[in-house]
Design a protein around this ligand. Structure first.
Ligand code: NAD
Ligand code: ZN
Length: 343
């Protein structure tokens, strides 16, 4: 089969022939239809410090996908060839305290597909049945291909109640913009998003935010005043990994405000702990998606009218993957889809 492989420990990716994966008795074999390119894949492509430390070559990368089941292991009775599926990219141990208690997203021993084991940028992918998520037959497959980052956005956006609340989102990358659409759908009052990149602010406006703000040009104090806000933001979603963004968020929260942190910083960030303490803020780290409550909510919100299609800005045949990665590197994009049926 064709697969996008990190062949050796150097920058780049190679579209190569690789053996089709074999399946164990508890696995399903999926013919991949479409995949999304994530920032993680770009790290692996560029071969930065994180990638050098984390990735063992050769490796088929990629974890955002939709496809069709083509075979199931002998122990699999609930999944069938022909079903349109995505998959949870974290394969958990199943045995630790959290896994046993049903809190699988808190497993301390997870393996990431396309990071620690072969991934989805290929014509076929083998996955344990416990990681398979079945979609309604008529789902838009571009949308299904990005359930992984959509799930990051939903997990973060719904961590704290947002109905009637004023929400600040820092970082209008694909995940920040998806989160904006979700909190809007979930009944937030004002949704303010910040990003210095004008392309991304334009995308955020398309998704219906109250204000899309360049933090280098306008202060959040002014934005609050303009919106008639009195006491600060009730909920903050940090989706940039940027130190200034986090500090700015902390300084603009209401007393008792709640912050969910998804963005991954390059290093340590010093913050004003006095504000955290005297404003009695809650700060919670978010990783991945809840298995499988987040996945359930995603399908239900789409059925309820949530439209996330504007976040998908580019589509390429898998053989043109270089163009996809170039667009990702430029930042002039939302999500980029690779089509594996057009190889
Ligand atoms: P992205 O890099 O496309 O978006 C980040 C955005 O933040 C960019 O548009 C950038 O311009 C903006 N930004 C930079 N400085 C800023 C500032 N001072 N104020 C406001 N915005 C600023 O990333 P993404 O794919 O949308 O993902 C969002 C973040 O979530 C990334 O940090 C990513 O690494 C992280 N992530 C975390 C998880 C998890 O499980 N915790 C999963 C996926 C992604
Ligand atoms: Zn576990």
């Amino acid at each position: 089969m064709k697969a996008l492989v990190k062949k050796s420990a150097e920058p780049g990716l190679w579209l190569e022939q690789a053996p089709e994966p074999t399946i164990g008795i508890n696995d399903v074999l999926i013919r991949v239809h479409r995949t999304g390119i994530c920032g993680t894949d770009v790290h692996i492509y560029r071969w930065d410090a994180w990638a050098q430390k984390t990735i063992r070559t050769p490796l088929i990368i990629g974890h955002e996908f939709v496809g069709e089941i083509v075979a199931v292991g002998s122990n699999v009775s609930d999944f069938f060839p022909g079903q349109i599926v995505s998959g949870e990219g974290h394969v958990v141990c199943g045995r630790c305290r959290n896994c046993l208690a049903g809190r699988r997203h808190l497993c301390a021993d997870t393996q990431g597909i396309g990071v620690n084991r072969h991934g989805a940028f290929a014509e076929y992918l083998a996955l344990p049945m416990t990681n398979v998520w079945v979609h309604p037959k008529d789902i838009d497959q571009d949308v299904a291909a990005i359930f992984d980052p959509f799930g990051n956005a939903v997990h973060t956006a719904l961590t704290f109640p947002v109905l009637g609340e004023d929400v600040l989102i820092t970082g209008a990358g694909p995940i920040g913009v998806l989160a904006a659409a979700v909190v809007r759908h979930a009944g937030a009052r004002h949704v303010v998003i910040t990003d210095p990149n004008p392309h991304r602010l334009a995308l955020a406006r398309k998704m219906g935010v109250t204000q899309a703000v360049d933090p280098t040009a306008r202060s959040l104090r002014d934005v609050q005043k303009e919106l008639g806000m009195q006491e600060g933001f009730d909920v903050g979603l940090e989706m940039s990994g940027n130190a200034h963004a986090l500090r700015d968020m902390i300084a603009n929260m209401a007393h008792g405000g709640k912050i969910a942190m998804l963005g991954i910083p390059d290093g340590e960030i010093a913050i004003d702990w006095n504000t955290v303490i005297f404003s009695m803020l809650t700060i919670k780290g978010i990783y991945g998606r809840e298995m499988y409550e987040t996945w359930y909510k995603m399908n239900v919100m789409l059925e309820g009218g949530l439209d996330i299609r504007p976040v998908i800005t580019h589509r390429f045949a898998a053989r043109d993957f270089h163009r996809g990665f170039e667009v990702m590197l430029s930042g002039h994009c939302g999500r980029v889809i690779l089509d594996w049926q057009a190889t």
